[in-house]
Design a protein around this ligand. Structure first.
Ligand SMILES: N[C@@H](CCC(=O)N[C@@H](CS)C(=O)NCC(=O)O)C(=O)O
Length: 212
């Protein structure tokens, strides 16, 4: 039994879709970020950074960081085939794309959405956000090229959790002048994810929409 603490449209999207895809018993606990519940003393005992998602497993084990949760869940339930096992030829690329997305793409998206975390001053934050929007589009352009050259998925022929993670990242660009889905292959990947019952259920349960 797992417990996932989530907020709508947050970094909980991919772990939640993966829990559905793995078909494992889990409980969803909403953290209302409109009420700043992620900063409540009770939640911060689980996640001292006051961010979502957080996963509780095996009774009292707690972990956070969305990409780590995706890696952990897919390895624990290998029968679903959402991660290549150690030794599989796709393993290196799979780890690369998970790390790239959480470490590079997601960080640029944080600059776009939350300039105030990085710099003081409204004008400076607007400048940071504009620069980040440009960088994010370059990164999606790069990933689009990868999918076109050696797809259809990030690791080639096999669809994995890193592709679900990319669909989550794409939603975070929805307010940009050029959302990620303006890139043809990204659009195709997101459309595929939207058609997956596990992904569609996550969107419905979170009460959010995604288009491609
Ligand atoms: N790298 C973390 C980022 C988590 C994160 O920043 N979550 C956001 C929502 S997407 C959050 O909880 N923000 C609330 C806050 O910063 O107060 C992850 O992937 O889990």
């Amino acid at each position: 039994m797992y417990k996932l603490y989530w907020a709508p449209g947050s970094a909980a999207m991919a772990p939640q879709a993966i829990l559905n895809a793995l078909n494992v018993k889990h409980e969803l606990i909403k953290v209302d970020d409109d009420k700043n519940e992620q900063k409540s003393a009770e939640y911060m005992r689980l996640n001292p950074h006051g961010r979502v998602p957080t996963l509780v497993y095996d009774g009292a084990q707690v972990m956070y960081e969305s990409a780590a949760i995706c890696l952990f869940l897919t390895e624990r339930h290998p029968e679903a085939g959402l991660a290549p096992a150690p030794g599989h030829p796709d393993r290196g690329l799979f780890l690369q794309w998970m790390a790239y997305q959480t470490n590079t793409l997601q960080e640029a998206l944080m600059h776009y959405w939350h300039g105030n975390y990085f710099i003081d001053g409204v004008d400076q934050q607007a400048q940071l956000s504009a620069k980040a929007e440009q960088r994010v589009d370059e990164m999606f352009g790069f990933l689009d090229g990868v999918l076109a050259r050696s797809g259809p998925w990030l690791c080639g022929k096999n669809f994995y959790a890193c592709d679900i993670y990319l669909a989550m990242m794409a939603r975070w660009t929805r307010k940009m002048e050029k959302p990620a889905v303006h890139h043809r292959e990204i659009k195709r990947l997101v459309q595929h994810c939207l058609a997956l019952p596990a992904y569609a259920k996550m969107l419905k349960d979170q009460g959010i929409e995604q288009t491609a």
